[in-house]
Design a protein around this ligand. Sequence first.
Ligand code: Z5A
Length: 211
Amino acid sequence: NNSEHVSRGALIVLEGLDRCGKTTQCGKLVSSLEGRGLPVEAWRFPDRNTDIGRMISSYLTNRSQLDDQAIHLLFSANRWEKRSLMENKLRNGITLVVDRYSYSGVSFSAAKGLDIEWCKAPEKGLIAPDLVVYLDIMPEEAASRGGYGSERYEQLEFQRNVAHCYRILHDVAWKVIDARLPLDSIENQIQGLALESIKSCQKKPLSTLWL
Ligand code: Z5A
């Protein structure tokens, strides 16, 4: 472990409603950072490859039922089971570009009517992102992109509630980008923000979320 000799990587999170373009933009950002020779990895939550992730996937595809509180804690546990690996990667200089994080966790559960503070509690102490990019889109517009599949949350009315909860969580450090802009324009904006964050986080220690 040579982590004491390398600058740490940045934790970069993309958030937004379903179909806002997060997955597309995470891919573009990772390629462009790789192209600059920067160490970077693409991550996403839920990570469906673990035992907990498989339980989440089964719930999302309506193959199992769980109480709202139970699924909330599983989503959170799925982040906790990855926390130490994330820390190792960041300390070893690798930037992580993450498609959804705790903000999705809280917004999607609070959208069902769970208390927002209750929803935040299990997220406290996870690694805080250095940059949160919110791809802003009206639920109606996201729905019109088509491809709402058959997963549990892919319904317009529910996405409206999620948008409302994201607005409550919204903090001044978030960078909000209009998700209706052309792909290239969004890509360029995110790239600029990411490079700035990678540079500035080198002087900052890792910090914890919501503590
Ligand atoms: N969830 C939760 O409840 N709790 C948690 O803690 C977490 C998640 C982490 C699964 O997530 C569900 O889990 C999710 C939240 C909940 N439910 N919902 N809804 P997921 O990450 O597996 O699935 P997703 O986030 O819904 O991914 P997605 O459907 O792939 O959406 P996306 O990544 O935001 O969009 P995209 O695939 O990049 O783009 C969508 C389409 O729009 C595609 O055809 C693009 O070509 C097009 N697109 C993209 N950008 C543009 C622009 N700029 N203009 C025009 N068209 C565009």
